[in-house]
Design a protein around this ligand. Structure first.
Ligand SMILES: [Zn+2]
Length: 163
């Protein structure tokens, strides 16, 4: 901790050097630790001029430190939210498959994948039924079209709900 003695900051004071090193008023007031095994503390070596009273260097400006921490927190929050959502989704999906078939939820999941994959093919096939209908009566064509459209609608609804 930076000591204040007679209103002046003292750096690196310890039992072996109780007087420490007085503040250099051209430099940032932040206290930094020595590198490696050097356990002493020193006044930051960078020029001051930032933050409240211009007492800090750029990277020790409390506003800058706060913004940096907040940015890191935001990234962390976003990642946590994403992985939580993913986990919840997977948990819900597995739970639903287990409810359908407790002995083999994997088979249920595979069936759903197959159903989704075959959806486009089914839609195409249903559309194709319409084509040779030219010879049929208009009432029958209309009826068939209604049935096809209704089936597609139901399938789309089921898919949308499954997503
Ligand atoms: Zn500094």
């Amino acid at each position: 901790m930076t000591k204040i003695s007679n209103g002046k900051r003292i750096y690196g004071a310890w039992a072996g050097d109780p007087a420490g090193t007085p503040e250099d008023t051209a430099r940032c007031i932040e206290e930094v630790m020595g590198s490696g095994r050097d356990m002493h503390s020193y006044q930051c070596g960078k020029k001051r001029g930032h933050g409240e009273g211009g007492l800090y260097c750029r990277i020790h400006d409390p506003e800058y430190v706060k913004a940096k921490l907040q940015a890191r927190q935001d990234v962390w929050d976003k990642e946590t939210a994403e992985s939580t959502a993913k986990y919840k989704l997977e948990f819900t999906a597995v739970k639903a498959c287990k409810e359908i078939n407790p002995d083999n939820p994997q088979a249920v999941a595979e069936r759903i994948v197959k159903a989704v994959n075959s959806y486009d093919a089914m839609k195409e096939a249903l559309q194709a039924i319409k084509e040779p209908a030219g010879a049929w009566s208009n009432d029958k064509v209309t009826y068939l079209e209604n049935v096809i459209n209704h089936t597609i609608e139901l399938a789309e609804q089921a898919l949308a709900e499954g997503k």
